[in-house]
Design a protein around this ligand. Structure first.
Ligand code: HEC
Ligand code: HEC
Ligand code: HEC
Ligand code: HEC
Ligand code: HEC
Ligand code: HEC
Ligand code: HEC
Ligand code: HEC
Ligand code: HEC
Ligand code: HEC
Length: 456
């Protein structure tokens, strides 16, 4: 095994790892403790043996190597190294993945960690249920099996070393639990991990798929929520493609993928006439109207008969399908509800600014807002009566709210007019009183002065 070994190629002999004196013919002298003989290492001592060179940059430099020397430290901090910190031995020593005597460069096809072999190396533990149970009974053991059925796994099985392997997604020495925020597969980091390959036009050059998934996703409503707002309710790549079974969802199952989160939309769509029609036409369900990686906030413009509405791609004036008429009517009602909502807010706010009591209308505004949300969802039923009911209800409520606010405002003006009148009356009264007093005073001044003696 040692013949083709990378260490042998570099002139490192048995003593390079096992210690001892390789120069002597005498077996006892060669393998004596005084000559530094280490014997056969076990447990953590195996990694200690390798780290004498691989953990020391100056030794590696002396041996003419520019390889990184972070493997030992990374392994210690990884999920595979943590158990040694708790007092036991590390789960995985260097030799578990690289071997001891048949060590090859990782780019050599004979290496156990070469992309074409690494899946079985990781799988030797991860597919072994009884072994894994003794460490972490809650971990599934189906990763390798699922991987084999994915597009990545199928290509890998056919000898394509460029498709993702366990290591492309999880790392090699630094593997962390998926729930660790530093992990390369943690939701907020995952899109970046996939994009290392999928956004690289040179790397993906030999394949016929686009390289725009990450760019579109990052700017989408989902990408912004996940990566900018750190909202873990938003999907990462794996929520739509699966963790290990990465394949594009089939056109007929997209509503199931989206439906894991948008349950009501999916339920309504599945029960609608579009479901069967889209499947028959081979069109991807939700994706036909919303897109996949670049999904944006849905606006009213998506609905209707304008050129940018989704509906006119298939429906046209005078058709027999009935979609055109629906799109026109419902868009009109949706716009009317929006206008009525905006008007009622404006009036309630005006009344409030004037100091009027509008607790009740303000409370009912919530019902209008609720109707707006509901209407945007209920559209997916594509049934006129159902949509009309919700929309008309909302418009009616908005009307009542606006009316109450309007009468509060009228009352304000009425009171103000009343106050003005009262002020006028009081002012006139005040002026009259003032001039009356003045007249009295003047009359007193004009009267003849009385005799001072009469005081007594
Ligand atoms: C890169 C380091 C390294 C080199 C070089 C190396 N060994 Fe080993 N050897 C090990 C390790 C580590 C073990 C422990 C067993 C294991 O983990 O597979 C081992 C185990 C052994 C054993 C115990 C039986 C076995 O195979 O497990 C013998 C004997 C042995 N080595 C002899 C040799 C001889 C002879 C050479 C030179 C031709 C050599 N080793 C070169 C690392 C090395
Ligand atoms: C005496 C120092 C020394 C020891 C001890 C040692 N190595 Fe190495 N190792 C080297 C050198 C030098 C190279 C060649 C590096 C190069 O080509 O740049 C190498 C190469 C490797 C490579 C191939 C890296 C690549 O892809 O080019 C692997 C894997 C490796 N060693 C693993 C081990 C393991 C596992 C152990 C312990 C069982 C071990 N080494 C012990 C010095 C050592
Ligand atoms: C869990 C499996 C696993 C263990 C344990 C492991 N390695 Fe590796 N190692 C790999 C994989 C996989 C690669 C290839 C990385 C790649 O393709 O990016 C690799 C690459 C290497 C390389 C090539 C340079 C590099 O960093 O890519 C060296 C050297 C190496 N390992 C040494 C070690 C040493 C020393 C240990 C023990 C401290 C060790 N490895 C433990 C899986 C492992
Ligand atoms: C020696 C057996 C062994 C090998 C080989 C091995 N692992 Fe593990 N791995 C384990 C065990 C055991 C755990 C569970 C540790 C725990 O939860 O305490 C684990 C945990 C993990 C986890 C964390 C799971 C989680 O979310 O908690 C990932 C990811 C992982 N391994 C990936 C890999 C990859 C990738 C490889 C191959 C490069 C690999 N493992 C090779 C035994 C192994
Ligand atoms: C295309 C990327 C990718 C590949 C390839 C991949 N994984 Fe994963 N892995 C993930 C993602 C994503 C998760 C889940 C993260 C989460 O739960 O949020 C995961 C989770 C895990 C877990 C935690 C338990 C679980 O199943 O959820 C283990 C263990 C694991 N992977 C091992 C492996 C092994 C072994 C391989 C190779 C057979 C592999 N992975 C290949 C992306 C990948
Ligand atoms: C190591 C590079 C690499 C990484 C990392 C990677 N992939 Fe891939 N992926 C590929 C290659 C190469 C293909 C094959 C392209 C083809 O199908 O023609 C592929 C194919 C796919 C396909 C099938 C495309 C199709 O229509 O055939 C999907 C889906 C996919 N990857 C999703 C992901 C996801 C999600 C992630 C991250 C969790 C990821 N990939 C990580 C290299 C990678
Ligand atoms: C909201 C769900 C969703 C998310 C998130 C998602 N995808 Fe997709 N992806 C899809 C759908 C749907 C398709 C197309 C399926 C079809 O039309 O056949 C697809 C197709 C693909 C393909 C095949 C080639 C192509 O572009 O059509 C690749 C590769 C891919 N996605 C990778 C990714 C990567 C990488 C990420 C993360 C940056 C990601 N996806 C995020 C749903 C999603
Ligand atoms: C993992 C859960 C999840 C999956 C899977 C998912 N989404 Fe979303 N989606 C969300 C969340 C959370 C938001 C809200 C993001 C925000 O605005 O902060 C959202 C927002 C949206 C919006 C914008 C809503 C608005 O108010 O305008 C649309 C449209 C949408 N998603 C469509 C889809 C489609 C189509 C799919 C399938 C291809 C899908 N989603 C898959 C969670 C998911
Ligand atoms: C025929 C086109 C079409 C299809 C197919 C479609 N939608 Fe919509 N979607 C719309 C329209 C139109 C709106 C409402 C836009 C507005 O008025 O704001 C909308 C709004 C939404 C919203 C935002 C409102 C809300 O409910 O929160 C989400 C999320 C959404 N759709 C998800 C989906 C999902 C998931 C699917 C697949 C099950 C799907 N859509 C299929 C046209 C469609
Ligand atoms: C990809 C093509 C396509 C798009 C885009 C599309 N439709 Fe349709 N729609 C159809 C087909 C095909 C039918 C006939 C289904 C049937 O009767 O089996 C249909 C039927 C309908 C119906 C049912 C009419 C009835 O008689 O019950 C309504 C309503 C409808 N569409 C509204 C819309 C609206 C609104 C939009 C835009 C948000 C839209 N459609 C976008 C293809 C499409």
């Amino acid at each position: 095994m040692f013949r083709g070994d990378v260490h042998f190629q570099k002139g490192i002999g048995c003593a390079g790892c096992h210690g001892g004196d390789a120069a002597t013919e005498d077996m006892d002298a060669a393998m004596s403790k005084t000559a530094g003989f280490l014997g056969v290492p076990s447990g953590d001592n195996i990694s200690v043996m390798c780290s004498r060179c691989h953990g020391d940059g100056s030794v590696m430099k002396q041996l003419g190597s520019a390889l990184p020397v972070d493997q030992v430290a990374s392994l210690q901090n990884s999920v595979h190294g943590k158990s040694s910190l708790k007092g036991g031995e590390r789960i995985a020593q260097c030799t578990i993945c690289h071997g001891a005597h048949g060590v090859f460069s990782v780019t050599d096809k004979r290496s156990r960690v070469h992309p074409l072999h690494v899946v079985s190396t990781c799988g030797s533990c991860h597919s072994n249920a009884s072994y894994m149970r003794s460490y972490n009974p809650s971990l599934p053991v189906d990763q390798a099996e699922k991987y084999r059925a994915s597009t990545h796994g199928e290509l890998n099985g056919k000898g394509d070393a460029k498709a993702a392997t366990c290591v492309s997604c999880h790392g090699s020495h630094e593997v962390l639990p998926a729930s660790d925020v530093r992990s390369s597969v943690y939701a907020t980091n995952l899109p970046g991990t996939c994009s290392v390959c999928h956004s690289d036009p040179v790397y993906m050059g030999g394949y016929s798929i686009p390289t725009d998934q990450y760019g579109l996703f990052a700017a989408s409503v989902h990408g912004v929520a996940l990566m900018e707002k750190h909202d873990l309710a938003a999907p990462a790549c794996n929520d739509c493609h699966g963790n290990h079974a990465a394949t594009p969802p089939g056109v007929e199952s997209i509503s199931k993928v989206c439906g894991t989160c948008h349950a009501i939309n999916a339920e309504l769509f599945t029960a609608s006439r579009h479901k069967r029609a889209f499947d028959d036409l081979g069109l991807p369900e939700c994706e036909t109207c919303h897109g996949n990686h670049g999904i944006l906030n849905a606006t009213n413009d998506l609905l209707g008969v304008n050129a940018d509405a989704a509906c006119v791609r298939c429906h046209e004036e005078g058709e027999a399908l009935g979609g055109f008429a629906f799109a026109k009517t419902i868009r009109f009602l949706v716009d009317s509800l929006d206008t009525a909502y905006a008007r009622s807010i404006r009036l309630v706010e005006e009344a409030e600014q004037k100091g009027m009591e509008v607790t009740e209308p303000r409370f009912r505004l919530r019902d209008v807002r609720q109707a707006r949300f509901q209407a945007r969802t209920i559209i997916h039923s594509f049934e006129e009566d159902t949509c009309r009911a919700v929309l008309s209800d909302g418009i009616r409520t908005a009307g009542t709210v606006a009316e109450s606010a309007r009468s509060a405002i009228d009352e304000y003006y009425f009171r103000r007019a009343g106050l003005g009148f009262a002020t006028l009356v009081i002012t006139i009264l005040g002026i009259s009183l003032y001039s009356y007093i003045r007249r009295l005073e003047r009359r007193q001044q004009q009267a003849p002065r009385s005799d001072p003696g009469s005081r007594a």
